[in-house]
Write a protein that binds this ligand. Sequence first.
Ligand code: C2E
Ligand code: MG
Ligand code: MG
Length: 285
Amino acid sequence: DSYPNASDKPVDSPVLGDELQFTESDIQEAITRDQFLVEFQPQVSLRDNSWVGVEALARWLHPEHGLLYPGAFIATAESAAVALAFTEHVIGIALRQFGRLAAEVGFQGSLSVNIPPTALTDVQFPDRLLPALAECGVAPDTFVLEMTENSLPENDQVVLDILTRLSMRGVSVSIDDFGTGKSSLERLQGAPFNELKIDMVFVQNAQTEPSSAAIVESAVSLGRRLNMNVVAEGVETCEAAQWLHSIGCGMAQGYRFGRPMTLDKLVAWAADRPDSSGATSKDEL
Ligand code: C2E
Ligand code: MG
Ligand code: MG
């Protein structure tokens, strides 16, 4: 079994909901009715297996369809009409819960949230985000905005201005699903990215496909040369974690370490770790 413990499997039975169709006003209404929630997935350092961050992932507790994963609704939620409202709503939920992590388990790592460029249209976004971080006791330099590269518009001055302003205040900007978008290398220039997340497709195929292994190795060395934090996504096995460490990848996220969990489960997960605040033996990778 590649999962550390069976209890990591989600309690609820979320539905993929691929067949469902939602409109922008469905999303708006779900925001108003407070039907979105977040789960947190841990990120660990491959150097010493310590717990260093969490990524907040949106879910929709739909009154008819049950708990929905992003695959069912995120394309609509990222459409221009609702992207900013949805993003700020989810960030608000994540921040309030994340504030409790510090209080309840003394966690001092980072919080990552996903943000589509369609939500970066308002130059006043930083003026609302920074006070919201302060209010929840989250230091800007522990906050990470993850953007998928294929959704990054080229030469969008407003997007760049917003990212640059936040970056100057200490917020990190991460390029999500690296390797899958177009012009991925070109887009590393100009925007203030300081983290690169290698898409799980390459990470998972690397064990069996030399071409995927080569892509992961190049992405790691590129990230290191550009002084970026490199995170491997979708790490499910001990072998994958050890290999990633051996090629110089700094951080990992995946079922090997923990599934996305509600805050309560995350608190329990943290308590179960040999040493939740610091290093554990490298053998436990
Ligand atoms: P992502 O940001 O790349 O998030 C990682 C996804 O990979 C999550 O799926 C997570 O559950 C899954 N995952 C993590 N580790 C493993 C593993 O070891 N094996 C496998 N098979 N999967 C793993 P999820 O939660 O379904 O999210 C899918 C995507 O939806 C995210 O991909 C992100 O692009 C988007 N998303 C999620 N929450 C938000 C949000 O609040 N706002 C926006 N704009 N997008 C979001
Ligand atoms: Mg992400
Ligand atoms: Mg990703």
